[in-house]
Design a protein around this ligand. Structure first.
Ligand SMILES: NC(=O)c1ccc[n+]([C@@H]2O[C@H](COP(=O)([O-])OP(=O)(O)OC[C@H]3O[C@@H](n4cnc5c(N)ncnc54)[C@H](OP(=O)(O)O)[C@@H]3O)[C@@H](O)[C@H]2O)c1
Length: 260
């Protein structure tokens, strides 16, 4: 896949894995549309990218928890006069709490950002992605997609949705020229661990740089995989969780949610 002369839209671009996608895609020659709520962080990143790479960066501060986020975002992108070749749906929210202790608003926002926005954005941008045929659609899931995680029940289930949805979409689009991929990182050193409440549990983290490099390498293959778990240790955990008896999986995932 060549990125020169193409434009990549990245959600969750204000921090963590999303901002690293922006950096690595811009270094490979892509212009960028950077989306998240925090406009100041996006502007700072845009300045960094422009002076480091000379690429164009459009900043769109946008709350993806609103209804029909895909349509709203597509309108903003069209107003900016941009057509998009690649979409990285990276924005996500994790709440670590027993289900009964989470507030309605936390649950609603988690589902809206992790599921509704991913579906809406994929749908709203699909025509231009397919007509470009030069890019990719990457939906960021999680290692937690592959197991039930007590204490992060809604988060893990929302990421299972992302994997299944994306794999099916990849099959539907197998002859379109668009690479469609679900990316499942394991524990990664980002702000996520502050905001999801899973910090400080002796976890072995990957860096966002490693996660993004794995993804972009996978997209370079002649037939990119439709689903990628980042890191050998995380792939081992995924396999282990698929063969262990469910009560053991539940106990392990509950006692060490940040390990998965
Ligand atoms: N870190 C990990 O260990 C890990 C593991 C597996 C999967 N993941 C997944 O990787 C993705 C990126 O997470 P990260 O680790 O990079 O965490 P992060 O640093 O907390 O980044 C999350 C991003 O999502 C954006 N976001 C959250 N709510 C939003 C909303 N309502 N509207 C628009 N943007 C919103 C945030 O931007 P604003 O706050 O500026 O809106 C931020 O840019 C997520 O989908 C996460 O589930 C992370």
């Amino acid at each position: 896949m060549r990125y020169e002369g193409t434009t990549a839209l990245v959600t969750g671009a204000s921090s963590g894995i999303g901002s690293e996608f922006v950096r690595q895609l811009a270094r490979r020659g892509a212009d960028i549309v950077a989306v998240a709520r925090r406009g100041e962080e996006l502007e700072a990143l845009a300045q960094e990218i422009r002076s480091a790479t000379g690429r164009q960066v459009h900043v769109i501060p946008f709350d993806l928890s609103v209804p029909r986020a895909g349509r709203g975002l597509a309108e903003r992108v069209a107003e900016a006069g941009v057509r998009v070749d690649t979409v990285i749906n990276c924005a996500g929210i994790g709440v670590t709490r027993e289900f009964g202790d989470a507030t309605e608003d936390e649950l609603r926002r988690q589902l809206a950002v992790n599921i509704d926005a991913v579906v809406d954005i994929s749908h709203a941008f699909l025509p231009q992605l397919v007509s470009s045929g030069a890019g990719a659609l990457v939906n960021v899931a999680s290692l937690t997609a592959y197991m039930p995680v007590p204490g992060m029940a809604v988060y893990a289930a929302s990421k299972s949705f992302v994997v299944r949805f994306t794999e099916a979409l990849a099959y539907e689009l197998r002859r379109s020229g668009l690479a469609v991929m679900a990316l499942s990182p394991g524990p990664t050193a980002t702000e996520f661990y502050g905001t999801s409440g899973t910090e400080g549990s002796g976890v072995r983290f990957q860096t966002p740089q490693q996660v993004v490099a794995v993804t972009l390498r996978a997209l370079q293959r002649r037939n990119p995989p439709i689903s990628v778990v980042s890191g050998g240790r995380n792939r081992f955990i995924r396999r282990l969780m698929s063969v262990l008896p469910k009560p053991v999986v539940l106990r392990l995932a509950h006692s060490r949610p940040a390990q998965v």
